[in-house]
Design a protein around this ligand. Structure first.
Ligand SMILES: [Zn+2]
Length: 140
């Protein structure tokens, strides 16, 4: 069944999610690099493929898109149409995130999550990066 409005809403939302997808990660990585933290990107050998890995500090960071990972913020709201489709899908993403985080913690990693809405302006990005740098450093 094709619902024009909901598919239009969906593709608009997806397009904006796609466009914003990688830039916040890159900006955050750059800011943390400026804070003299050493990291690796997209560690594919670890559960959930964390965006940033700080081996020396035993810490991984996920940079999560608010929509796909269900953040409790305006950008994380599920679409009002086709909820039978979206709600289970978004819930499955959240469940998967939780499972991967649990696995990582069991492996001894400290897991930090950053949301895209925490990086969406220059000021917020810098504030978030400073707070993260302090938290990463406070690890082992
Ligand atoms: Zn958010």
């Amino acid at each position: 069944v094709t619902d024009f409005l909901s598919s239009a809403e969906r593709s608009t939302r997806m397009a904006s999610v796609r466009q914003r997808r990688t830039a916040p990660e890159r900006d955050l990585a750059r800011a943390l690099h400026a804070a003299a933290l050493r990291y690796r990107l997209n560690a594919s050998e670890l559960p959930g493929r964390p965006d940033l890995v700080f081996p020396r500090h035993g810490t991984v960071i996920f940079v999560n898109g608010c929509f796909w990972h269900g953040h409790h913020c305006p950008a994380g709201r599920a679409p009002s149409s086709r909820q039978d489709y979206w709600l289970p899908k978004l819930q499955a993403n959240r469940d998967r995130d939780r499972r991967k985080a649990r696995l990582l913690r069991r492996m001894g990693w400290r897991v930090l999550t950053v949301w895209e809405c925490q990086l969406d302006t220059r000021a917020r990005l810098e504030r978030t990066a400073a707070a993260l740098a302090a938290r990463v450093r406070s690890g082992r």
